[in-house]
Design a protein around this ligand. Sequence first.
Ligand SMILES: Cc1ncc(COP(=O)(O)O)c(C=O)c1O
Length: 403
Amino acid sequence: MSSSASSLFAAVEMAPRDPILGLNEQFNADTNPAKVNLGVGVYTDANGKLPLLACVKAAEAQLVEAARARGYLPIDGIAAYDKAVQALVFGEGSPLLAEGRVATVQAIGGTGGLKLGADFLKKLNPTAKVLISDPSWENHRALFTNAGFTVDTYPYYDADKQGVNFDGMLAALNSAAAGTVVVLHACCHNPTGYDILPAQWEQVIAAVKARGLVAFLDMAYQGFGDGIQEDGAVIGQFVAAGIDFFVSTSFSKSFSLYGERVGGLSVVCASKDETARVLSQLKITIRTNYSNPPTHGAQIVATVLTTPALRAQWEEELAGMRNRIKKMRGAFVEQLKAAGVTRDFSFITTQRGMFSYSGLTKPQMERLRNEFGVYGVDSGRICVAALNEHNIGYVTQSIAKVI
Ligand SMILES: Cc1ncc(COP(=O)(O)O)c(C=O)c1O
């Protein structure tokens, strides 16, 4: 077939570039030797590399040895993984777990957890609307739209206040229709770095309850805010309120296992019987999409979480990553001052997680990229977790030049 007009794909349009992945491509093609990638949300160590955690290395060695001794590989999902995720997310002794009221499945990263939940919700309530924060992780809208939902936003970021527009957020929730799915960032809000306080969560929970909304907590950064327990406390607040809700989990960041795509979806149900039915539906979605999740990364995570020595090592390494980001936040503010920037950037030290909404404008972000090879998102979002002792001086001096 030579004529393009009659070819099978003649009418296929070029899809828009993913804003972050597009930046990555541009970054990779950039020949500037001083280039710095603050676009993608990846934690890199002092040398700008993805760390291979010692706990991961040890678990992997243990698994290889066990497989050698056994002489065969496991074929499908790992029961220990689902239980370990539950214990991490809901707390070891949570009565919910004893009551069998949580349906947990392994998912292809946090993204997969969101997608499994979205597909299930679409079957459950096809006409429901989805609300995401304004702004939100750029994939939330696309993912829920792709699952067939109409996606709208609730106010979140207040640029003037450099914080959360909590009144606006609450008002939006209090006027949402029953059944509306509300996607909430459990901690380390992406992209703003601003979280709401426990007392504000109580108000969100009250609104969810009063309006009959469906809460979907996206927990992609557990341990990157204040600690594993601290960051997971919001889950306990929802549980205490007696609400049925969704939680997606990601280990991409907390285990530095970006490439393994290890995540999960947990659905809190009203009874053991309901849990069994929900679980059966989630399994159908998994079965008809990719049959079973891959085992390797999940085995590593399950081994670390269930082996006390490795678990302790993981918590230490996670704290190390968390504290290094905090240190970089402080250094960033100091070095901007040292570079002669008079604008106050101290708010950066109050933000949590990997990102900062820097307040830099689109033209400034473009200049940073085009003139200095410093890549961030046009919205001003930069990944603080990609700063290190070697690049921070160059980045802050470049910023000083574009301000
Ligand atoms: C808020 C949020 N949710 C979910 C994800 C997806 O996590 P994963 O990479 O494990 O799919 C990310 C990753 O950037 C994120 O920032």
